[in-house]
Ligand binder design. Structure first.
Ligand SMILES: N[C@@H](CCC(=O)N[C@@H](CS)C(=O)NCC(=O)O)C(=O)O
Length: 339
C-alpha cells in the first residue's frame, strides 16, 4: 500500500517536471487558439498599431506568417509591446511565444539567457543621427559629445566599444525606453542619438521635419536581427525557422501572395512542389499539415513582398535592400533547402 502511494507520488512529480521541461509551445498555441507575439513599443515599419489599432510591420508579418502556418489564421494573434529590457525575459519566461522585435542575435543572449534565435530576418548595423544644423558629418567628430541611447541593447555596448576604439570621449545618456531616449535627443538633451540604422530611418519619419536630422555614414556594428523563442523547445524553434525560411525561398522561386495557388496547381518544378505540399509532406516534419507554407505566403506574401510593403520605395522609410537582398543578387538572404 505504502509503496503504491509512493509510486503514485513519484509518478506525479515526474509528470509535473516532465511537462515543465518539455512543454510544447505548439500544443500551447493550438490550445489557446492564438499566438502571443512580443513586439516593440512602436517602431514604424517594424511593429506599430495602425489607425485602427491593428498591429502592422515587418516584424509583425513574421509572426503572422507563423500564426497562418500553425493556426490557419494570421489574425489569431495577441501582441505584447516590450521594451528593450523586457524583450528577452518575456520569451524565456513563456510570457510570449515569440519575440519579433529588432533583436540582435548575440552569443550571450543565445547561450546564457534562455532563448534561441531562429532566422536572421534583417541584417542591420548601428549608426548615429545628429541634427543637420550641427554640421557634423562623421561619427569620428563626436569627441566630447553626449549621445542618447536605450538601455538593455547591443547599442549601448557598441557605443562604448566605438568610443574606446577611436579614442573618443563620448558620454552615453542612457534611458530605459526608446521613446524617452529619442524624445531626449529631439528636445536637445543630447548631441546625437544612436541605434540600428533601420530604426534611425524609421524614427526620422516621426519627427516634424525629417530633413532637420541626418544619419551619419559610419556603420559601427553588425546587428543581425532575428525573432527569438524559448530555449529548449526545438520543435517550436524549427517551426519559426522553417516558416521564415519558406518565405525567403518563396521569393527566390517567384512564389507570391497573388500567384501561390496558381503555382501550386500548375508548377512542374519539384522544389516548389515540395514547398507547397503538392508532393511529399515537409509540413509533417514540423507537426503541421501540407499547406503550412501556402497559408503563410497567402497571409503575408514572400520575404521580398513583406520587405517592400514596409521598407520599399513606396514607403516613407525607403530602406535599400542592401545586405537583405537574395544571395543571387549579392545579398545574404539564403534559404535552406526545404526537403
Ligand atoms: N538591435 C538592438 C537594439 C534595437 C532596439 O530595439 N533599440 C531600441 C532603441 S531605438 C528600442 O527599444 N526600439 C524599439 C521600441 O520602441 O520598442 C538589440 O538587440 O539590442
Amino acid at each position: 500500500m505504502r509503496t503504491k502511494k509512493m509510486l503514485v507520488v513519484m509518478l506525479c512529480v515526474f509528470a509535473v517536471t516532465a511537462t515543465q521541461s518539455f512543454a510544447s509551445t505548439l500544443a500551447d498555441v493550438k490550445a489557446k487558439g492564438y499566438l502571443t507575439l512580443g513586439v516593440s513599443e512602436g517602431v514604424p515599419g517594424f511593429s506599430i498599431p495602425d489607425s485602427t489599432g491593428r498591429w502592422v510591420g515587418f516584424d509583425v508579418d513574421m509572426g503572422r506568417a507563423v500564426a497562418a502556418a500553425v493556426l490557419g489564421d494570421a489574425e489569431k494573434m495577441k501582441f505584447v509591446p516590450l521594451t528593450s529590457k523586457q524583450k528577452i525575459v518575456a520569451v524565456s519566461s513563456g510570457q510570449v511565444d515569440i519575440t519579433s522585435r529588432t533583436t540582435t542575435w548575440t552569443m550571450k543572449r543565445d547561450a546564457k539567457q534562455g532563448v534561441d534565435f531562429t532566422f536572421v530576418v534583417f541584417y542591420d548595423g548601428q549608426g548615429f543621427m545628429v541634427p543637420s544644423k550641427s554640421g557634423v558629418t562623421s561619427a569620428k567628430q563626436l569627441d566630447g559629445a553626449t549621445v542618447c541611447v536605450t538601455s538593455g541593447t547591443t547599442t549601448e555596448l557598441n557605443l562604448a566599444d566605438f568610443a574606446r576604439a577611436n579614442n573618443l570621449k563620448i558620454e552615453a545618456v542612457v534611458f530605459d525606453g526608446k521613446k524617452e531616449a529619442f524624445n531626449a535627443y529631439t528636445s536637445g538633451r543630447c548631441d546625437a542619438f544612436t541605434t540600428d540604422v533601420s530604426q534611425l530611418a524609421s524614427l526620422r519619419t516621426t519627427v516634424a521635419d525629417p530633413k532637420s536630422h541626418v544619419i551619419l555614414p559610419e556603420i559601427i556594428s553588425k546587428e543581425p536581427l532575428s525573432p527569438l523563442v524559448r530555449h529548449g523547445d526545438n520543435q517550436w524553434k524549427d517551426i519559426v525557422f522553417w516558416v521564415i525560411d519558406g518565405l525567403v525561398a518563396a521569393e527566390e522561386y517567384g512564389v507570391t501572395q497573388e500567384n501561390v495557388l496558381k503555382i501550386k496547381k500548375e508548377t512542374k518544378n519539384p522544389v516548389i512542389q515540395r514547398m507547397l505540399g503538392v508532393t511529399g509532406d515537409v509540413g509533417g516534419f514540423l507537426g503541421l499539415d501540407k499547406d503550412w507554407l501556402v497559408r503563410a505566403i497567402q497571409a503575408v506574401g514572400n520575404y521580398g513582398e513583406i520587405y517592400n510593403r514596409h521598407f520599399g520605395p513606396g514607403t516613407k522609410l525607403k530602406i535599400p535592400r542592401g545586405l537583405n537582398r537574395q544571395w543571387k543578387q549579392g545579398g545574404l538572404l539564403y534559404a535552406m533547402p526545404i526537403r
